[in-house]
Design a protein around this ligand. Structure first.
Ligand SMILES: [Zn+2]
Length: 266
């Protein structure tokens, strides 16, 4: 029996008999759970898909050299690989748990919705039930799940990329990070409060350039704001800044300007 056939049978029975015994309800709740679980993509398949997405991102950045640029050497990436691999493992574990939780929640919501409806039908049944609408509502709880699971994979991949980038940036002496909100990208459902942060530049706490008196904060510190990608479905990212000359004038002190002029720093 498919989930939908099971749901149809359960609803038909309650329309005829109504909520006349707990046993009848327990029986259908059990059957609905069974067929619902069967109707979903298996946890193993989902986990494979998740691992493929996360490991794919990891490989692009770490194994295939995506992180290497004029600020980050191949040597740095090699040295940080174990730390980044730990981040990958941590992310996979968190995602598997999140997916398990979403699944349990969707099935419970569906069963709660069904039980709520079934127990409202008086003994002897009812003729005034809109079967179609009720089925649609109960099914909806499960129908959202594949969409939610896909979002978890995309979201966790984005978080992994953000965290790997930050590990490298901090190790490599980044001074500051510039917020990119992607709000101009069409079709992207951006957060209004993150659009406000677009182009803001946050200093890292204890960065070398500030310790030496070359720079000062404009928008504050990275530790004072939520990290890009930290909030659910946030697609914002940081561009890391390593040189004083990459900062706007207002963030460079007089001492910094003189040091730049004399090419003591860059
Ligand atoms: Zn955002």
């Amino acid at each position: 029996m498919t989930f939908y056939e099971c749901l149809t049978a359960a609803i038909n029975e309650f329309i005829i008999y109504g909520f006349d015994s707990q046993d009848r309800l327990d029986y259908w709740v059990k059957e609905l759970r069974k067929t619902a679980v069967k109707s979903l993509i298996t946890p193993q398949k989902l986990q494979n898909e998740l691992e493929r997405a996360l490991k794919g991102a990891f490989d692009r950045l770490v194994t295939k050299g995506g992180l290497v640029n004029k600020d980050v050497t191949r040597f740095t990436v090699a040295r940080l690989t174990p730390k980044m691999r730990a981040e990958l493992d941590r992310r996979i574990l968190a995602s598997v748990n999140l997916i398990k939780f979403n699944r349990e929640e969707s099935i419970s919501n569906m069963l709660r919705r069904f039980s709520g409806w079934a127990t409202s039908i008086p003994i002897g049944g009812s003729k005034v039930v809109d079967k179609k609408e009720e089925k649609k509502q109960i099914k909806k709880e499960l129908g959202m799940l594949p969409f939610k699971e896909r979002r978890v994979i995309i979201d966790q991949t984005h978080k992994l990329i953000a965290n790997i980038n930050e590990i490298v940036a901090l190790d490599n002496g980044a001074i500051a990070a510039k917020w990119h909100s992607n709000w101009k990208q069409s079709g992207y459902n951006y957060r209004e409060d993150h659009k406000e942060l677009d182009e803001n530049i946050y200093l890292f706490q204890n960065n070398w350039a500030q310790k030496d008196g070359y720079v000062k904060p404009k928008d504050g510190y990275t530790s004072n704001v939520v990290a890009p990608g930290e909030e659910v479905y946030c697609r914002c990212r940081y561009k890391y800044l390593y040189r004083v000359s990459q900062l706007p004038d207002e963030m460079v002190t007089q001492k910094g300007k003189e040091a730049l002029q004399s090419k003591k720093i860059y």
